[in-house]
Design a protein around this ligand. Structure first.
Ligand code: SF4
Ligand code: SF4
Ligand code: SF4
Length: 208
C-alpha cells in the first residue's frame, strides 16, 4: 500500500492557525473540536550583565499537526470494533457506523488526533480531506496556508523532494507509530523529549 502523509515546513510556519480554522470551517466542526492543532513551542531565558546589557537564549517555533495516518497506528490497534481502520488510500479513517464511542483511540494516539464528537458520540479526526484527494486536490488546510508550509502526498514523493523527520518537540519520537509525517524543522527546533522548552498554548491545544 502506498503511504501518504503530511510535509510540514516549520521553518516557514508563523503560527497564524489559518489551517486550523480552514479545517474547522470546511468540516463544520463545533467549538469543542479541531482536527488540526498548532503547537507554539518556546523556551530559554535571559540574564542581566554587569554593563546593563542582557544575554538571552530564548527560542520559539510552531508545529501544525493533525493525524499522521501512521504506518503502525496505535488507534487502530486498540479499536475494539475495527471502526478505526486504514483504508484503501492508506488514510486512517473512522467508520462511524461501527464506532461505539469508547474513546480508546483517543487514549492510544500519541498525537491526540482522534476526539469523541460531543454530539455524535463517535470518534472523529482528520481524514486527509479524502474526498478532495480523490478529485486530485490538496486538503483544505494545505490550500489555506498563506505561507505554503503544508503539503500532503505520497511519502515516496515527499522524501524525494524534502528532507524531514517527525521527532521534533513537543511531538513524541516517530519510532512509536511510524507516522507519515516529514517536518522541515525551524532553526530553533528541539528534538522529541526536549526538557528546555514548553508548549506555550497548552490550554488551546489540549481542549480538543
Ligand atoms: S496520528 Fe494517531 S490517530 Fe492518526 S493514525 Fe497515528 S495513531 Fe492513529
Ligand atoms: S487534511 Fe483535511 S481533515 Fe485533515 S487537518 Fe487538513 S483540512 Fe483537516
Ligand atoms: S496556516 Fe500555515 S503558517 Fe499558519 S499556522 Fe497553519 S501551517 Fe503555520
Amino acid at each position: 500500500m502506498v503511504s501518504r502523509g503530511f510535509y510540514v515546513d516549520s521553518s516557514r510556519c508563523t503560527g497564524c492557525k489559518t489551517c486550523v480554522l480552514a479545517c474547522k470551517d470546511y468540516h463544520d466542526l463545533g467549538i469543542d473540536n479541531a482536527y488540526r492543532k498548532v503547537y507554539d513551542y518556546e523556551g530559554g531565558s535571559w540574564a542581566a550583565n554587569e554593563d546593563g546589557s542582557y544575554t538571552q537564549n530564548v527560542f520559539m517555533y510552531h508545529l501544525s499537526i493533525a493525524c499522521n495516518h501512521c504506518n503502525v497506528p496505535a488507534c487502530t490497534e486498540v479499536c475494539p470494533t475495527g471502526a478505526m481502520h486504514k483504508d484503501d488510500m492508506s488514510i486512517v479513517s473512522v467508520s462511524t457506523d461501527r464506532c461505539i464511542g469508547c474513546g480508546y483511540c483517543t487514549l492510544a494516539c500519541p498525537y491526540h488526533a482522534p476526539h469523541i464528537d460531543s454530539k455524535l458520540k463517535k470518534s472523529s479526526k482528520c481524514n486527509a480531506c479524502e474526498e478532495r484527494l480523490l478529485e486530485g486536490r490538496q486538503p483544505i488546510c494545505v490550500e489555506a496556508c498563506p505561507l505554503h508550509a503544508l503539503y500532503f502526498g505520497k511519502m515516496s514523493e515527499i522524501s524525494e523532494y524534502f528532507n524531514g523527520g517527525a521527532s521534533i518537540a513537543p511531538l513524541p519520537s516517530g519510532s512509536y507509530t511510524s507516522p507519515n509525517l516529514a517536518i522541515r524543522p525551524s532553526p530553533a527546533a528541539r528534538p522529541s523529549g526536549d526538557r528546555e522548552g514548553f508548549v506555550a498554548n497548552i490550554l488551546e491545544v489540549e481542549q480538543f
